[in-house]
Design a protein around this ligand. Structure first.
Ligand SMILES: Cc1cc2nc3c(=O)[nH]c(=O)nc-3n(C[C@H](O)[C@H](O)[C@H](O)COP(=O)(O)O)c2cc1C
Length: 122
């Protein structure tokens, strides 16, 4: 519920470059790439905490410093009482067409976030 990794399939573990034992129990932000706009994660958490799913393009950082893009579908698993039990992310390879658009769009968001930060800095 707070973004700790409980499970990862073999492909996820292989792509990340970490050992399974390094990932289990770690915060999901272990994969956070510095070029990911904050706004994407804000939207992700806003939606799943509201029991809504999200499809989001995510650039992930591997252990060796390389990266990979995914189209993540994050959903909420509810218990029998309808309360959120955990979150589940299924990742797919993004289409070539999406990869023509998304990196440039995220760069614009990142630039906006960085200039807003400078603006508000004391
Ligand atoms: C199910 C689930 C999967 C997530 N997958 C990723 C991921 O692949 N990469 C990532 O950087 N953050 C992922 N996050 C978001 C992280 O928890 C975190 O919000 C994000 O990395 C930003 O980190 P920060 O808030 O420390 O800057 C995921 C969160 C959930 C609930």
């Amino acid at each position: 519920m707070k973004g700790k990794i409980l499970y990862g399939n073999k492909i996820f573990i292989k792509m990340s470059g970490y050992e399974e034992s390094e990932l289990l129990g770690a915060a999901h932000s272990i994969l956070r790439h510095p070029e990911m706009p904050k706004a994407v994660f804000k939207l992700l958490w806003d939606r799943i905490q509201n029991k809504e799913e999200i499809f989001a393009y995510v650039k992930n950082l591997c252990k060796d410093g390389s990266y990979y893009w995914v189209l993540a579908n994050v959903t909420v698993t509810l218990d029998a009482q309808g309360n959120p039990r955990d979150y589940h992310s299924v990742r797919r390879k993004p289409s070539a067409k999406a990869m023509e658009v998304i990196p440039g769009l995220y760069q614009k968001l990142l630039d906006e976030e960085r200039s807003a930060q400078e603006w508000t800095a004391p």
